[in-house]
Design a protein around this ligand. Structure first.
Ligand code: ATP
Length: 498
């Protein structure tokens, strides 16, 4: 399992290639209760995943960090929770019925369908892996130019010119490129006619736009102000691979910031910087993140940038920051017949606000965290460990309470300590197996602190705190334990960095 290693401090790390890295994360996630394939006993449902006992908690902790940083830390941002089902006219107004399409191409031999940009991007990554950076850059440039022009003939020629083959059949037998709508629909009511067609929302943003008046009036909001929301979104993704990076059912954390027309670029820059700081606060190294300006702007945007993260399969979009102009509110005004305006007392006039949006996929954020956290280490004594170095403040299990042995009153003492800490932190209590085995298991789960109760504890009321990352051990008194944990685990440690 561990082959070649490099050394830093007292630990030796095993480098992994990209494919191995993703495979190992997938296997580890299943083994330790982070992520399971949906409907596993029925062999899974493609591009749908379930979060297990630790995954669900980590996901909630990420949500909590985002929500607090957006809603609680800003006087002018509030959060809502709108329904997944919405009036079908909303998707006509937003442009999703007519324009939420991706150019697709089918392979005639394997009968598989691909999104054109992702198919070409895989080739670009392949060139990069082989050190052909110039060729990769040229292909990227040609693809961007052709996508901007919706030049489907040119894109097909590009696929042929670079000899792109279908991974399943190895064939170059491609169809022409066609547009494909990504929305899921279902029937509303009992008759099942097309009149009763409703969509599963493909983004949470529209739930915010259609509540603009409600929130503005009930919250007495003054521009600039924001509305945030976390919720499920659904897209009939065609290239639905790469684990939780591209799912058909996923979660978004979005914030729409309503501003004065003409001031949108100022706020766009503001949110670009703020969002980058949010990622850095979690300890993600700057070189693993980059801004990527959109070449082809969506129909609603006058500026757009992605924050890309270096996932195991290369740099990919993690979050989007979009200046959406007044497109959405104006469209909803027109389609609903209701005014969606703001009276600006300083300017003494009414206008439709402009919108700057920040939109991040919760599942992609989850993948970015676990892919950075997963590490294989060979220790100086020759043993090996797998450790999940999740930022301690959002780790799913914060503290493991472990009696050294199962007798002499140690379990009772350990449970006493567990009962003290359980109100503030998610704690594990475990007494089975040797202490070494239990430490390894907690490392694999990503528990930052193990508290061990031994015979000295019974004498002097002190315990050992073992640190996940350094494996160092400190001795502290039981009285000091709560304060010690509070200092280390407070989410404020992260929030004050933004
Ligand atoms: P991509 O180009 O990768 O399909 P997008 O540009 O269509 O993404 P947006 O519409 O900007 O994505 O959605 C905002 C965020 O939602 C993305 O930055 C991403 O993190 C997340 N997201 C979008 N589609 C998916 C998906 N199928 N699975 C998981 N997360 C997604």
């Amino acid at each position: 399992m561990f082959q070649a290693f490099f050394k830093t401090n007292s630990l030796i790390f095993a480098p992994m290639n990209q494919e191995d890295h993703l495979k190992k994360i997938i296997a580890h996630s299943k083994e330790y209760g982070y992520i399971f394939p949906s409907s596993d006993i029925y062999d899974g449902l493609s591009a749908v995943y379930d979060y297990g006992q630790h995954g669900a908690v980590l996901k909630n902790n990420i949500k909590d960090f985002w929500w607090k940083s957006m809603v609680d830390m800003n006087t002018n941002i509030v959060g809502i929770d709108s329904a997944i089902f919405m009036h079908p006219k909303i998707w006509k107004a937003s442009g999703h019925v007519d324009q939420f399409n991706d150019p697709m191409i089918d392979n005639k031999d394997s009968k598989k369908r691909y999104r054109v940009d992702t198919l070409i991007e895989e080739k670009i990554e392949q060139y990069k892996r082989k050190g052909k950076d110039e060729k990769a850059a040229k292909l990227q440039e040609s693809m961007d130019a052709l996508l901007k022009e919706d030049d489907f003939v040119g894109l097909k020629e590009l696929i042929e010119e670079h000899g792109i083959v279908d991974v399943f059949s190895g064939s170059k037998n491609w169809t022409d490129i066609k547009q494909f709508n990504l929305m899921f629909s279902t029937n509303w009511g009992s008759t099942g006619t097309d009149d009763e067609l409703v969509y599963l929302r493909p983004e949470t943003a529209q739930g915010i736009f259609v509540n603009y008046n409600n929130v503005m009036k009930s919250g007495r909001m003054k521009i600039p102000f924001g509305i945030a929301q976390i919720g499920k979104a659904f897209r009939n993704e065609i290239v639905a691979r790469q684990f939780i990076f591209r799912m058909r059912e996923f979660e978004q954390m979005e914030m729409q910031y309503f501003v004065r027309p003409g001031e949108e670029m100022k706020w766009y820059d503001h949110w670009k910087e703020k969002r980058m700081k949010w990622h850095l606060a979690l300890g993600t190294p700057r070189e693993k993140l980059k801004f990527h300006d959109h070449v082809k702007l969506a129909h609603y945007a006058n500026a757009a940038v992605d924050i890309e993260f270096e996932f195991p399969m290369g740099f990919r979009e993690l979050e989007g920051i979009h200046s959406r102009t007044d497109f959405d509110l104006t469209q909803h005004q027109e389609f609903s017949g209701k005014k969606l305006q703001y009276f600006d007392p300083e300017l003494e006039k009414n206008y439709v606000p402009y919108v700057v949006e920040t939109s991040i996929g919760l599942d992609r954020m989850f993948l970015s965290i676990i892919s950075q956290a997963y590490q294989e280490e060979k220790l100086e004594d020759g043993s090996e460990r797998v450790v999940m170095k999740i930022p301690v403040e959002i780790a799913p299990v914060k503290v493991a309470v472990l009696p050294l042995i199962r007798k002499d009153g140690l379990p009772e003492k350990a449970l006493e300590i567990f009962d003290k800490l359980k109100y503030d932190y998610s704690c594990h209590y475990e007494e089975k197996d040797s202490i070494g085995k239990r430490y390894r298991r907690q490392d694999a789960i990503g528990t930052p602190y193990c508290i061990t109760i031994d015979h000295d504890t019974m004498e002097d009321n002190t315990v050992t705190i073992r640190h996940r990352d350094s494996m160092k051990q400190d001795r502290v008194s039981v009285e000091a334990l709560e304060k010690e944990m509070a200092d280390k685990l407070d989410l404020k440690n992260l929030l004050t960095k933004i």
